[in-house]
Design a protein around this ligand. Sequence first.
Ligand SMILES: Nc1ncnc2c1ncn2[C@@H]1O[C@H](COP(=O)(O)OP(=O)(O)OP(=O)(O)O)[C@@H](O)[C@H]1O
Ligand code: SF4
Ligand SMILES: [Mg+2]
Length: 333
Amino acid sequence: MKPQILSLEGVSQIYASRGSKGWRREYVHAVDGVDLDIREGETLAIVGESGSGKSTLAKMLLMLNNPTKGNVTYRGTRLKSLGAVERSQYRRQVQAVFQDPASSLNPRMTVEQTLSHVANRHNIVAKADLGRFLKEQLAAVGLNPPEQYLGRYPHQLSGGQQQRIAIARAIMLKPKIIIADEPLSSLDVSVQAQILQLLSELRKTTNVGFVIISHDLGAMQSIADRTAVMYKGRVVEIGRAIYQSPVHPYTRLLLDARLLPNPRGNRIRSPVPKQVTPTALSASTGGCRFLQRCPYAIEVCAAVDPQLQTMDGEATQVACHRAKELSAALTPA
Ligand SMILES: Nc1ncnc2c1ncn2[C@@H]1O[C@H](COP(=O)(O)OP(=O)(O)OP(=O)(O)O)[C@@H](O)[C@H]1O
Ligand code: SF4
Ligand SMILES: [Mg+2]
């Protein structure tokens, strides 16, 4: 097994905002006690419906937010203990690709200026070799012939081409890991497939690791080594086989929802289960946070918050009191 590169230990992010009545502060537990290990060179997908805390998790990995509780560790060192020089090294090794490439590129800079700026700031190539280097970077992200693109401004590029530039800008620093928050969702469907293909090639050719947040379960199934499913700030299931043999009732709903037409666009919304037990309906707080929607709820679910547990002989972890029964029901007799 490859070594861990990033790990989260009991990480929480609580946002405070002014409440609807104006004077009372309200607190949102956007991420709530997440433990997660990310290994070198792996592609980890993070899926879950809107508001489940995916982007908040990404921001903590990118040091854009500090966790309210818990620690993010990079190769054994806590991010909060990094000095200025180590922070800047971390920011080079952990790169970001965002949803909307147009807003992540400076509209007043040509492709050449954008990429040269990064290359010069990090001193990654001698001045005499810069021209050749930039052409190689553009070719590596499928922009051929590269000369055609160097002089263009972002508005002279398609969305897919802009995203390729954003990826080139990240990959040219030879990062260890790229955190990509919905890198496909602003693109046309046909372009999404091309960008997915590019990411897939880059992971083979550069051995860079990815954390990819996406609502597109089909795309993630094709690219991810492991997938973490988030629900209300928690990871409720993580593993390699969540698409073929989902265990957590929420993962099952997500996968069922994939088959439903979604007229409201690109956010995952799960259907309400048909069968809800009386136990679930009389829910108290403090138990499983999926209780109200769960067709499998039993008494203990209302009282005890389920923690992630490793399933027998599988590289899967599930936070559900009935995980073993549900998993056994999946296994053919
Ligand atoms: N700056 C903020 N201040 C207050 N609440 C916030 C802030 N940012 C996010 N939240 C809240 O935290 C929760 C998690 O938000 P987050 O953006 O991480 O979700 P997400 O899973 O990325 O959703 P989406 O799929 O819609 O992008 C939501 O309830 C959101 O409203
Ligand atoms: S712990 Fe109970 S309520 Fe929560 S997902 Fe499992 S069966 Fe459903
Ligand atoms: Mg988000």
